[in-house]
Write a protein that binds this ligand. Structure first.
Ligand SMILES: Cc1cn([C@H]2C[C@H](O)[C@@H](COP(=O)(O)OP(=O)(O)O[C@H]3O[C@H](C)[C@@H](N)[C@H](O)[C@H]3O)O2)c(=O)[nH]c1=O
Ligand SMILES: Nc1nc2c(c(=O)[nH]1)N[C@@H](CN(C=O)c1ccc(C(=O)N[C@@H](CCC(=O)O)C(=O)O)cc1)CN2
Length: 363
């Protein structure tokens, strides 16, 4: 009697395992039948044990292009079985759509009309839109995001800008699982790099885009195991890098040291030039560098104090500290680019002065 009960149990377990983990030798395919809890969270899916993966790529910006390129190379080498793109088309085609069309990759327009079907994983790289949970859960392996900072430092849309603006000396790439809220997902892996003192946003962006693409391909090669060892982001050290605007480029001479001003220029290069105001007129400052106090014997420690330095042929401006920056060229609103000497002649000497003050408290 005892043996019959035992035998019935063994048969039941065998049948359960057979229907739950159905394995065919040809495809090495494992069909996961999720428990009720999981069925609510993710659809029932199947995926091959170690790839090749079918990938839906979400990207809009320049930062995503290196990752898409690497994924396409993997696809061409038959290491991926399917690759499609989701992007946003507002008027002019963005770089992701241009690249996808050039390579014959299917482009799906955002917002998607239906939940994606038949993809193993979603990859998100510089995609400026919140992805809803129903889409995240359409992928049996979920979604991964390539983020250009060492999370939880610099969550948000502009991590590269804040990294440089705040003078960080290290940054890196985080590959994380996409969670419901922006940039809060579990960390799969991180790769750190040093930032050199003069590095600018375009240079850092390119370096991180390449690094991100390499780390992404490495992670895809370790799926699905690498997902199970992902870890939650720490609660300490969370900082936010929300989008910057034109206002960010306005120098606050009384609040910023020369290094702060130089870091701001590195952070905004290619986006907005540094700006200041003089007599209510906007002046763009080009080619800003940190410098030492000019040897002209003037006591000029007031933030915003501007003089022409004959020795270096530059305008030298006093910053907080005091500390000093120089600029070789400026653009006064309504005028073409002018050299420091031209500015001295046109805007300092013409006032019968040998110094002026750039405004600090302007909005
Ligand atoms: C980040 C940011 C961008 N912009 C403007 C500049 C461009 O005209 C446009 C697109 O900028 P972009 O070419 O840098 O965009 P992307 O190439 O998409 O990359 C940006 O977004 C990603 C989500 C971040 N992870 C990157 O760090 C960030 O550089 O938006 C702003 O006006 N303010 C900002 O803070
Ligand atoms: N559900 C998710 N969707 C997305 C995630 C995510 O982690 N979960 N990652 C983003 C990442 N990203 C670009 O790749 C990104 C992050 C933040 C922003 C952004 O514009 N933030 C705004 C605030 C927006 C808001 O709170 O609604 C800001 O910082 O000012 C853009 C892009 C992709 N989607």
């Amino acid at each position: 009697m005892l043996n019959v009960t035992f035998l019935t149990r063994v048969i039941k377990i065998h049948l359960y395992l057979h229907t739950t983990f159905k394995r065919t030798d040809k495809s090495r395919e494992i069909t996961f039948s999720y428990c009720a809890h999981h069925i609510r969270k993710r659809q029932s899916h199947s995926y091959p044990a170690g790839g090749p993966w079918s990938i839906l790529f979400f990207g809009t910006g320049n930062f995503s292009l290196e990752s898409l390129r690497s994924l396409y190379n993997e696809y061409r080498a038959k290491k991926l079985c399917r690759l499609e793109v989701v992007s946003v088309c507002k008027g002019k085609k963005n770089v992701v759509i241009q690249y996808a069309e050039e390579k014959g990759i299917v482009v799906n327009k955002w917002p998607l009309e239906n939940n994606p079907q038949g993809f193993h994983i979603g990859i998100v790289v510089s995609f400026g839109h919140l992805i809803p949970l129903n889409i995240i859960n359409s992928f049996p392996l979920g979604m991964l995001n390539v983020h250009d900072s060492l999370l939880p430092r610099w969550r948000g849309a502009a991590p590269d800008i804040y990294t440089l603006m705040k003078g960080d000396t290290q940054t890196g790439i985080t590959i994380m699982r996409v969670a419901e809220k922006f940039d809060t997902g579990d960390i799969v892996t991180q790769e750190k790099i040093d930032i050199h003192a003069d590095e600018t946003r375009p240079e850092l962006n390119m370096k991180l885009a390449k690094l991100g693409a390499n780390v992404l391909i490495d992670v895809l090669g370790k799926l699905p195991q690498v997902l199970s060892s992902s870890r939650p982001q720490g609660k300490l050290g969370v900082t936010y890098a929300s989008k910057v605007s034109l206002k960010t480029s306005l120098v606050k001479w009384d609040e910023m040291t020369a290094k702060n001003v130089y870091d701001l220029q590195r952070a905004l290069l290619g986006l907005y030039p540094l700006k200041t105001k003089f007599d209510g007129v906007t002046i763009k400052l080009l080619d800003v560098r940190q410098t030492s106090k000019p040897e002209d014997g003037r006591n000029s420690d007031i933030p915003g104090f501007v003089r022409f330095d004959r020795k270096s042929n530059t305008l030298v401006v006093t910053c907080k500290g005091p500390s000093w920056i120089s600029t070789t060229k400026v653009i006064v609103k309504g005028h073409p680019v002018m050299s420091a000497l031209q500015f001295r002649n046109g805007f300092i000497r013409s006032r019968k002065k040998d110094w002026i003050l750039f405004q600090s408290n302007v909005t």
